[in-house]
Ligand binder design. Structure first.
Ligand code: CTP
Ligand code: MG
Length: 241
């Protein structure tokens, strides 16, 4: 584990943000995605800064691929504590490893994908506030396009869009509940790339907060180009929303 910022004696029981950056970025194919630069800064640095800028967040745990710990620690925004750990083979495993770094006194955990560097600090605050009504709260977006169910290359049906949402991160959780569902899921062999899905599986309520189009996930080379555009021309963000 690599540490930056105040030492372990300073662990405030508040909200800890887990920033997930341990993926290999296979679909882009240029190495671990969070370490690619857009506009001269890494995706991870921008994502960490957004999480740290949320006033409720007291410290960060950042999961990175093994061997990238020191580089990630060097990008810590300060002054909040950032602990960097080697993640797991799947996103789910990375969350589980990160949870083990979080003291039991911490009441709230926010999970956020580094691959969504444009999440506003206010969105973190909104999902945290959503925990007043549920054990989990996610940001999500209504689909803009018409949704078709397709089989064998032909349309089977058009899916009514009301009630459909596209889940994003950040996602906030009561720490005890997130820990419990992750341990149960691992034991039962239940796999998911979405933490809220594990709460649903275990029968917990999840609040939905309105997400933002600019908070898209960098997944393909096209997304990388779009992200670059947003960093170089911040005005472009508004015209896309
Ligand atoms: N992630 C992680 N640990 C893993 C796999 C993924 O922390 N073992 C993180 C990624 O770094 C990313 C987020 O989970 O921020 C969402 O995953 P995804 O977009 O799939 O990123 P990658 O797994 O890196 O990309 P790919 O699937 O193309 O390899
Ligand atoms: Mg992946």
């Amino acid at each position: 584990m690599t540490r930056a910022g105040p030492g372990s004696g300073d662990r405030a029981a508040g909200v800890v943000a887990i920033v997930l950056a341990a993926g290999e970025g296979e679909r882009i194919g240029q190495g671990p995605k969070a370490f690619l630069e857009i506009g001269g800064r890494t995706i991870l640095e921008i994502a960490m800064q957004a999480a740290a800028a949320c006033p409720e967040v007291s410290s960060l745990v950042v999961a990175v691929p093994e061997g990238f710990e020191a580089r990630a620690a060097g990008m810590a925004p300060g002054p909040k504590e950032v602990r960097v750990i080697a993640g797991g083979r799947s996103r789910q495993e990375s969350v589980l490893v990160a949870l083990q770094e979080i003291p039991p006194t911490v009441e709230v955990v926010v999970c956020h994908d580094a691959a969504r560097p444009f999440a506003a600090p206010e969105l973190f605050s909104s999902v945290i506030a959503g925990l007043a009504e549920a054990e989990g709260a996610i940001s999500a977006l209504a689909p803009a396009d018409t949704v078709k169910r397709v089989g064998d290359g032909f349309v089977e049906s058009t899916v009514p869009r009301d009630g459909l949402r596209l889940a994003q991160t950040p996602q906030a959780f009561v720490a005890r509940v997130l820990r419990e569902v992750h341990l149960r899921a691992a034991a039962a062999g239940v796999r998911s790339t979405d933490d809220a899905e594990l709460l649903e599986w275990a029968g917990h309520r999840v609040r939905v907060i309105a997400g933002e189009p600019v908070n898209f996930k960098i997944t393909s080379p096209d997304d990388l180009a779009r992200a670059e555009l947003y960093v170089l021309y911040p005005g472009a963000r508004a015209t896309h929303e």
